[in-house]
Ligand binder design. Structure first.
Ligand SMILES: [Zn+2]
Length: 285
């Protein structure tokens, strides 16, 4: 229990988890809890040491209805939980727990758990996927015992965030090569937050996250530096200079060619002036 408290505290500190803890329960863990006669919500509150808000997606609720044999007790119990609408309710068939929860926890596939869900699932594929998302506490039942997974990938993410903030402050920490691929992801996030690049960046990110992780720290470091320092500034000043210069010279030119001005003015003005000017010219020399 002590270890879990520490673990949860890490999630609170670094990912902003707060009571009541929102726990997404999948149909599998509900069935297993029933099988082992576990009071799931009661055990969750003990394990997490705080108030729990149990939630179930529309898809997982449908899984309970579709189960054979249908467990009415479990359905009644699950109806008490907060229903997490997942926008899959109009589909003919519910999505698998993996597909549905992936979307609910990380709708933009950005690798973040923005709504701070705790996922309680007894589907190992679901937990496997959730480990790739930063800051998802994972709970499961093993042999009638409720357990929380250690912070695996999330811990790495956490370390990178700390490194990123150091980097921003100009304190370049020493990086090990094996930490490099994750940092790349952070860089992309950073870019997206600052410049709000649209779909292109996020889709590229998706691919990279799923792809193999190959450490290449030096090239990435350089790329980051180049982007952040050299790119935007010079372009702007250049265009600004030329834009300013052009109109001012044009105006000056117009002013200087005073000869033209004088010739034009008499035409627009009354004939009397022209006559007057002509009249004065012969007398002056
Ligand atoms: Zn769904």
């Amino acid at each position: 229990m002590q270890a879990y408290k520490k673990l949860l505290h890490q999630y609170e500190l670094n990912f902003g988890f707060r009571e009541p803890y929102q726990v997404l329960l999948d149909s599998q863990i509900l069935e297993d809890a029933y099988k082992f006669k576990i009071d799931l919500v009661g055990r969750l509150q003990k394990l997490l040491g705080g108030q729990v808000k149990p939630m179930i997606t529309t898809c997982d609720m449908r899984h309970l209805y579709a189960a054979k044999p249908k467990n009415e007790t479990l359905i009644l119990q699950a109806k008490e939980y907060e229903r997490r609408r997942c926008n899959h309710q109009d589909l003919d068939e519910p999505l698998s727990t993996l597909e549905c929860l992936s979307e609910v926890v990380d709708p933009k596939s950005s690798g973040t758990n923005k709504n701070r869900y705790i996922v309680a699932s007894n589907d190992s594929r679901v937990r496997g996927h959730m480990r790739s998302i930063a800051g998802v506490p994972l709970i499961y039942i093993s042999k009638s015992v409720l357990l929380m997974e250690p912070m695996a990938n999330a811990t790495e993410e956490l370390r990178e965030r700390e490194e990123k903030s150091k980097f921003k402050m100009g304190l370049k920490g020493q990086r090990k090569p094996d930490q490099a691929p994750k940092r790349k992801r952070d860089d992309e996030e950073e870019g997206r937050d600052d410049q709000s690049i649209a779909d292109g960046a996020t889709s590229a990110k998706k691919k990279r996250q799923k792809g193999p992780k190959q450490p290449n720290p030096l090239s990435m470091k350089k790329a980051k530096k180049d982007n952040s320092t050299t790119q935007p500034a010079p372009k702007k000043t250049k265009t600004a200079d030329t834009d300013d210069a052009q109109p001012s010279t044009a105006e000056a030119g117009a002013g200087e060619s005073s000869g033209r001005k004088r010739k034009r003015k008499p035409k627009t003005k009354s004939d009397g002036d022209v006559a007057h000017a002509e009249a004065t010219d012969p007398t002056s020399p």
